[in-house]
Design a binder for this molecule. Structure first.
Ligand code: ADP
Ligand code: ADP
Length: 227
């Protein structure tokens, strides 16, 4: 559990004259679910990747709790990210996909087994633990990707359009599932989407980005209130 704080965060890609994002100030409270929205190219993914440590931060500070994480590797940030394309290891079973991060950081077998079992219960993946990702539906794969994030019990979750590869019906049910998980786990989250319903359903607060800057921050109803 931790708050996540972005202060004056900016990114200018190498070889680029214009910053992709700049002057980003966002304070995410402990346990708060923030959804980042805005038109294509406004910098959502750049911002998320900087927080994740997948992209260098050229200006400003990112803090998780009281730790400045600008220079830390992704694995040292205590953050778990869920990707649009699931990013599962195709040759590993569901169980091993979920256990991988924990094994890597040297957790005991008992802790790994307990956490995988608990996540499998939460996500109703019990019957699929010994399957490979290719034997799963899209929705099940995305649940495995979430399971892999959950077992790490990170200080924060990052979501990069996790539902956009799913068909419309599944998107609705997964949206509700994420909402349930969010209530249960209350982990600080930053969630990128371009789906307005997803944003409305999930967000404690919305951040609207435009042209690489924060245009608005507020509760969904303040932002989507009809004029
Ligand atoms: P969004 O996720 O909101 O669609 P992005 O973060 O992908 O926006 O892109 C923000 C801006 O940064 C865009 O102008 C995009 O062209 C630029 N950009 C993204 N990735 C790179 C990169 N690797 N190198 C140079 N420019 C990039
Ligand atoms: P950690 O779990 O400590 O972040 P990993 O080696 O498991 O380290 O993963 C590094 C990053 O690559 C993570 O963000 C993870 O989600 C992503 N990843 C894992 N598997 C794949 C894959 N098959 N393809 C692309 N990215 C992946």
């Amino acid at each position: 559990m931790a708050h996540l704080s972005l202060r004056g965060v900016g990114k200018t890609y190498a070889g680029s004259t214009q910053p992709a994002v700049s002057g980003i100030d966002i304070e995410i409270e402990d346990g708060e679910f923030i959804v980042l929205v805005g038109p294509s190219g406004c910098g959502k993914s750049t911002l998320l990747r900087m927080v994740a440590g997948l992209e260098t931060i050229t200006d400003g500070e990112v803090r998780i709790g009281d730790r400045l994480v600008n220079k830390l590797d992704p694995a040292e940030r205590d953050i778990a990210m869920v990707f649009q394309n699931y990013a599962l290891y195709p040759h590993m079973t569901v169980r091993d996909n979920m256990a991988y991060g924990l094994k890597n950081r040297g957790e005991s077998r008992q802790v790994i087994e307990e956490r995988v079992a608990e996540a499998a219960r939460m996500l109703e993946l019990g019957p699929y633990l010994d399957r490979k990702p290719r034997a799963l539906s899209g929705g099940q794969r995305q649940r495995v990707a979430m399971g892999r994030a959950i077992v790490r019990q990170p200080a924060a979750f990052l979501f990069d359009e996790p539902l956009s590869n799913l068909d419309a019906k599944l998107r609705v049910s997964m949206r509700m599932e994420i909402r349930k998980l969010q209530k249960r786990l209350a982990t600080t989250s930053l969630y990128v989407t371009h789906d307005q319903l997803e944003a409305m359903t999930l967000a404690d607060r919305l951040v609207v980005l435009n042209g690489g800057r924060v245009e608005q921050i507020g509760a969904p109803l303040e932002i989507y209130r009809s004029p």
